[in-house]
Write a protein that binds this ligand. Structure first.
Ligand SMILES: *Cc1c(COP(=O)(O)O)cnc(C)c1O
Length: 293
């Protein structure tokens, strides 16, 4: 076994609604929000697509999810050769870490951010620098100050899970200008669909100027089904694709994601409801945000 596994533990997911009800003696309905799942579910069109695929279940999916890649490539206006899919974004984070990191490398990220950057870096024998938060959010200047010769990856989460903070287009632009161009900057936008501010980064646009800026997104949150992807240079994708398990995204997931992507009206409904509910949440005094333990 790798020695560093002693430092880590298996992912501990939140308890299921049924378990929670039993544990706390709650009657009636209970909605679990801890994993940021879309409790409204994916567009109803996903069910139809999955039904239609049921007769093909015994066939392996097409490796690399080419049908989804074509639709996403049109949706984002990027070449299909620049997209790589994972069975969830977690798998993409794993593939990139595995492809890049070796002993002696350092990974720079923030404290209080998505845990899988750290987890996968340790598995691959790298060291992780977790830069303290500033004003409750990412400290891009602090991260910049920790980039050195051994830095192999920089992970940014925007908006950040779990602090809910974001950095702007100009801040990211200014950051990328000062990162040496051979160091990959991975920008995880798992929650981008929920963003309503006007100054959020247009990361696809920034990629035109910065070859080392890589964009990660997922269908798991707003779209309600687990497929993740990275948009990077075709050179990087070619290498990372060597790591990808051959049939990683299932046939059902691939076609479900196509249906979800094609129903932007439903996505807009979901994100508008979310924005409204978020406003209500902001009205609750902060002292009442958390249940007493
Ligand atoms: C949920 C989440 C992921 C992982 O998404 P999956 O597609 O479920 O693997 C990655 N990054 C962030 C910030 C997340 O919140």
């Amino acid at each position: 076994m790798k020695k560093q596994l002693d430092q880590l533990s298996a992912y501990g997911p939140g308890l299921s609604p049924d378990t929670l009800k039993k544990k706390y003696g709650i009657e009636g309905e209970l909605y679990k929000l801890a994993s940021n799942e879309n409790l409204y579910g994916p567009t109803p069109k996903v069910k139809e697509v999955i039904k239609a695929q049921l007769d093909n279940l015994y066939y392996y999916p097409e490796s690399g999810s080419p049908a989804l890649k074509e639709v996403l490539s049109k949706h984002l206006h990027v070449d299909a050769s620049r997209i790589l899919f994972g069975a969830g974004l977690d798998e993409v984070i794993l593939m990139i870490s595995r492809a890049v990191l070796t002993k002696g490398d350092t990974v720079v990220t923030s404290e209080a951010t998505f845990d899988q950057y750290y987890h996968n870096a340790i598995v691959e024998s790298a060291e992780v620098i977790q830069v303290p938060l500033k004003n409750g959010g990412y400290d891009l200047e602090g991260i910049l100050n920790h980039i050195e010769d051994t830095t192999a990856l920089v992970w940014l989460c925007n908006p950040n899970n779990p602090t809910g903070t974001y950095f702007s287009h100009d801040e990211l632009h200014h950051f990328l200008e000062r990162v040496p161009s051979h160091i990959p900057v991975l920008i995880d936008e798992a929650y981008v669909e929920f963003v309503t501010v006007n100054d959020f980064p247009d990361t696809l646009k920034l990629q035109e100027a910065f070859n080392n800026a890589f964009l990660l997104r997922t269908f798991s949150k707003a779209y309600g089904l687990r497929v993740g992807y990275v948009v990077a240079s075709s050179d990087a994708i070619e290498k990372w694709n060597i790591i990808r398990p051959p049939f990683n995204v299932t046939r059902l997931s691939e076609y479900a994601a196509i249906a979800a992507l094609e129903d932007q009206i439903y996505l807009n409904e979901i994100t508008q409801i979310n924005a409204k509910e978020r406003e209500k949440f902001y009205q609750i005094p902060q002292s009442e945000h958390f249940l007493p333990s």
